[in-house]
Design a protein around this ligand. Structure first.
Ligand code: MLT
Length: 271
């Protein structure tokens, strides 16, 4: 784990080596620790950079307001600070996917390809926004862990939640590192994020969409809708996986990512 001193907070991150880069952006309310199987397996192919977003993991617990734009800029600042060669591949899971789409919107010239895992392109509905406010209130009155405790059973496929105690404990442990600032800030950022659907048809880099077949938080139909709207996209549905296919089925997830990266690198060499 390393630390980069940005202007107003210390951001922690994991970084594997000096090769074409892959940025891994974690979901809510997790940290770069969720990418452990990817940091282990993908580092042979690419330089993996996995930041802890502000308020999460080893990064400082900075007070809000947060926005998806700010979180995307934090990632851009970190990669700039590390002198990562551009363009690189940006991968985000769930909230990380919202940030990946925003990253593309803001810095398209830096992006060689996108991996959108367990995510959706649309904005929150009015009911969804009210749910974010309720969750933020709960975090303020009962602590950040009250929010994660409510989410935990939905993070994995039902079967995995019921049978894989080790994985459940691992996810719980990661969630326990989320700070109150991080949880409240990210809830507001997600509540106010813009609808990325109108941008999908204009994405002109290859996109890999990965989704767990049994995701209880974001239905597979959201992944299918993105696949239908993004011209150069591929959809991989991971069986026996819920919202965290990278942890529930790491080999299948990593194989899909490696195939995508190999194709992309081949295309770049030919160009
Ligand atoms: C996540 O896993 O990042 C969140 O569930 C996304 C969301 O709540 O919209």
């Amino acid at each position: 784990m390393s630390e980069a001193n940005e202007e107003d907070f210390v951001m922690a991150f994991q970084d594997s080596c000096d090769k074409p880069a892959l940025l891994l952006i974690h979901g809510f309310p997790l940290s770069s620790q969720m990418w452990e199987p990817q940091l282990e397996d993908l580092a042979d192919f690419v330089r993996v950079v996995a930041p802890d977003l502000r308020g999460y993991g080893g990064s400082d617990s900075v007070p809000g307001p947060y926005s998806i734009t700010l979180l995307a800029d934090d990632c851009a600042d970190l990669l700039g600070h590390l002198n990562v060669a551009t363009p690189f591949v940006v991968c985000g899971l769930s909230m990380g996917g919202y940030i990946a789409l925003e990253f593309y919107r803001r810095y398209p010239e830096q992006v060689a390809g996108l991996i959108l895992a367990s995510t959706r392109a649309g904005a929150d509905s009015v009911e969804g926004q009210a749910g974010r406010d309720k969750a933020a209130e709960l975090a303020k009155t009962e602590g950040a862990t009250a929010v994660s405790a409510g989410m935990l059973p939905k993070m994995l496929a039902e079967h995995n939640f019921e049978t894989d105690d080790e994985l459940v404990d691992y996810v719980k442990e990661i969630m326990s590192t989320a700070s109150l600032n991080g949880v409240v800030g990210a809830l507001a950022a997600m509540r106010d994020r813009i609808d990325s659907t109108p941008m999908l048809g204009d994405i002109d880099v290859p996109v890999l969409i990965i989704h767990g077949a049994d995701d209880q938080l974001i239905p597979v139909s959201e992944a299918e809708a993105m696949h239908n709207a993004i011209p150069d996209s591929e959809l991989v549905i991971i069986p026996d996986a819920g919202h965290l296919p990278n942890l529930e089925q790491p080999d299948l997830f990593n194989d899909a990512v490696i195939d995508f990266l190999e194709e992309l690198l081949e295309e770049e060499e030919e160009a």
